[in-house]
Design a protein around this ligand. Structure first.
Ligand code: NI
Length: 173
C-alpha cells in the first residue's frame, strides 16, 4: 500500500465529476488499500477518490474513535434523505478550515462492496453528514461551496497564507 497525495482547494481537479466504477479488479482493490492507508495517515474520517486524483465513484470512511470501522462505498446513490442538521465540517482537501454546513440528518444509500455486490444502509447524524460530504466530492463539489462568496474568498486567502507559512493553525469560520 502507499500513501497518496491529496489535492487541495482550489485545485481544479477537485471539480472533476467521477465516473462509475465498472471493473472490480485488482487495480481497484489496490486503490481502496491506498485510500485506506492515506485516510488513516491523515487522521481523516472520510476520503473520496476524487481527492487523490482518481475520478471514480469510490469513497472510504471510518467514523469510529477506535479507527477500526473501515467502510467502503462504491457507486453510492441516495435512496432517501430526510431531516436537517447543521454540523461543523472540515476536509482533508481544505486543511485547517472548518465551517458549519446544513445537510439531511438521515439518509438511505445503495452502494457496492469491493467485490461488486450491492448493499443498502441507513445512516444518521455524523455518519450521514460524512457520507453526504464524501458523495459531494464525487460530484466535484466541496463543503466550502455552501458558504457565501465572501467566506469562500476568506478560506482561499487563509489557505494561501497557510501554505506560505507552512503553518498548522486551524481556522474556524
Ligand atoms: Ni472532504
Amino acid at each position: 500500500m502507499a500513501i497518496l497525495d491529496i489535492l487541495s482547494f482550489p485545485d481544479p481537479r477537485l471539480r472533476i465529476e467521477a465516473s462509475p466504477v465498472v471493473a472490480f479488479d485488482a487495480a481497484l482493490q489496490r486503490l481502496i488499500g491506498d485510500m485506506k492507508e492515506t485516510m488513516y495517515a491523515e487522521s481523516g474520517i472520510g476520503l473520496a477518490a476524487t481527492q487523490v486524483n482518481e475520478h471514480r465513484q469510490l469513497l472510504v470512511m471510518d467514523m469510529s474513535e477506535t479507527r477500526d470501522q473501515f467502510r467502503v462505498f462504491i457507486n453510492p446513490e441516495l435512496t432517501f434523505a430526510s431531516g436537517s442538521e447543521t454540523c461543523e465540517e472540515g476536509c482533508l482537501s481544505v486543511p485547517g478550515v472548518y465551517a458549519e454546513v446544513s445537510r439531511a440528518s438521515e439518509i438511505g444509500v445503495r452502494a457496492q462492496n469491493p467485490d461488486g455486490s450491492y448493499f443498502d444502509a441507513t445512516l444518521k447524524g455524523l455518519d450521514a453528514v460524512c457520507l453526504q460530504h464524501e458523495m459531494d466530492h464525487l460530484k466535484g463539489k466541496l463543503f466550502v461551496d455552501y458558504l457565501s462568496p465572501l467566506k469562500r474568498m476568506m478560506v482561499r486567502k487563509k489557505l494561501e497564507k497557510r501554505k506560505r507559512k507552512g503553518g498548522e493553525g486551524a481556522v474556524t469560520l
